[in-house]
Design a protein around this ligand. Structure first.
Ligand code: GLU
Length: 452
């Protein structure tokens, strides 16, 4: 098909999605990135054409929005909004995390659920895609308030999920503690002990390596990308944003492989530690996270030789590799230009959609190694899939076994990206590769199952 025809097809499709989903900028951003690479593929593969596959994939199978009333420590009644977006179940039960953060709304969760569908497909495990959460802000809440909120949230959500239907997990603001409270309430109401959530504690069905898995997977993926250029992580400088679970796993593995991590960040600014964030400083990140303070500056109070840059992002620090690990749209075109100008060779997304579309296009146009989160951060949900398997067979695997499977899955995702993303000049367009490889499996399943 002529190039202009394809461009027109993409434009028309995006216009329709825009009209259908007004005021959903994050969702539109995720769909745009996908459509630009997948529509040309569909147009050149007759079996996928004319089946309205993209129209179906961009419409959630079900969006559940509910009231979450709870009582705070002062006896005040509070009301939050709860969501579960069940996006696509073509290849397995809906699977994806829960995010508790004041920025949560329908657009954010639809973008996350959309990304999750293709991410889960890339893992090769039988998981559909979903996402949920609430605009509840866990910052500054007591443990009992967190528990009461989780119980109120699950009182409604338990009607819509189950081990063969929809299996939520954690995301920003939802870690082991929240998963425990959510699981307890599900068990109490449904009177069944099942693998309905992942990211559980080890004492009640969790998997070893799940806490580290997203970060480890990101670094395994990064290793594969570097290997295509004959490079490795050893001796490289790395800038990381965030200081949550994902950043922690990334920093641990980068250190284990001989790299040096120079930064972390929070909503308040970034920390530059010229000596590298290693050893006990990595353990301190867990304390920082659990302090409930959400301030990267607290790192500098403990390690005064590090510098704190208030209100700034770490992308101005020269580095070989940048790994955004905080949240969506935390790295824009200007940041991308700085990184490239400073000689960075690789950008590996660890958060979901941390780079804006303009930033991604800049990395790709400059032929810098760039991987989208749906490929490089898939290790978290992949290990959730391994947790589901262990729950089903009622056995626990060793750390080595889980880690080895995680590694194999990340190498497999990298291979899938190469298969569909290698361009004529040899450059690997990981965005294209991940989108098409993720799309193909979901499309095959949808075609086989008819119009449902
Ligand atoms: N929230 C994670 C993600 O973005 C994990 C989801 C899961 O384990 O289900 O992939």
């Amino acid at each position: 098909m002529m190039l202009q025809n394809i461009e027109k097809k993409i434009e028309d499709f995006i216009a329709r999605i825009e009209a259908r989903n007004p005021n959903e900028p994050e969702f539109l951003q995720a769909v745009k990135e996908f459509a630009h690479t997948v529509i040309p593929f569909i147009a050149s593969h007759e079996k996928y054409s004319g089946k309205k596959l993209l129209e179906r994939m961009t419409e959630p199978e079900r969006s559940i929005i509910f009231r979450v009333p709870w009582v705070d420590d002062q006896g005040e009644i509070r009301v939050n909004r709860g969501f579960r977006i069940q996006m696509n179940s073509a290849i397995g039960p809906y699977k994806g995390g829960l995010r508790f953060h004041p920025s949560v709304n329908l657009s954010v969760l639809k973008f996350l659920a959309f990304e999750q569908v293709f991410k889960n497909s890339l893992t090769t495990l039988p998981m559909g895609g979903g996402k949920g959460g609430s605009d509840f802000d866990p910052q500054g809440k007591s443990d009992m308030e967190i528990m009461r909120f989780c119980q109120a949230f699950m009182t409604e959500m338990c009607k819509h999920i189950g081990p063969e239907t929809d299996v939520p997990a954690g995301d920003i603001g939802v870690g082991a503690r929240e998963i425990g409270y959510l699981f307890g309430q599900y068990k109490k109401i449904r009177n069944e002990f099942t693998g309905v959530l992942t990211g559980k504690g080890l004492a009640y069905g969790g998997s070893l390596i799940r806490p580290e898995a997203t970060g480890y997977g990101v670094v395994y993926f990064c290793e594969q990308m570097l290997a295509t250029k004959g490079e490795k992580i050893e001796g490289k400088t790395v800038t990381v944003s965030g200081f949550g679970n994902v950043a922690w796993g990334v920093i641990k593995k980068i250190n284990a492989l001989g790299g040096k991590v120079l930064t972390i960040s929070g909503p308040d600014g970034y920390v530059y530690d010229k000596d590298g964030i290693s050893g006990e400083k990595i353990d301190f990140l867990l304390e920082l996270r659990d302090s409930g303070n959400n301030k990267a500056e607290d790192y500098v109070k403990k390690y005064p030789e590090a510098e704190f840059h208030a209100g700034k992002r770490p992308w101005e620090v020269p580095c070989d590799i940048a790994i955004p690990s905080a949240t969506q749209n935390e790295l824009n075109l200007e940041d991308a230009q700085k990184l490239v100008a400073n000689g960075s060779i690789c950008l590996t997304e660890a958060a979901n959609m941390p780079c804006t579309l303009e930033a991604i296009n800049h990395f790709i146009s400059q032929k810098v190694l760039f991987s989208p989160g749906k490929a490089s951060n898939a290790g978290g949900v992949a290990t959730s899939g391994l947790e589901m398997t262990q729950n089903s067979i009622r056995l626990n695997w060793s750390s080595e076994e889980v880690d080895q499977r995680l590694h194999e899955i990340m190498v497999g995702i990298h291979n899938a990206c190469m298969e569909y993303g290698k361009e004529e000049d040899g450059y690997i367009n990981y965005v294209k590769g991940a989108n098409i490889a993720g799309f193909v499996k979901v499309a095959e399943a949808m075609l086989a199952q008819g119009v449902v």
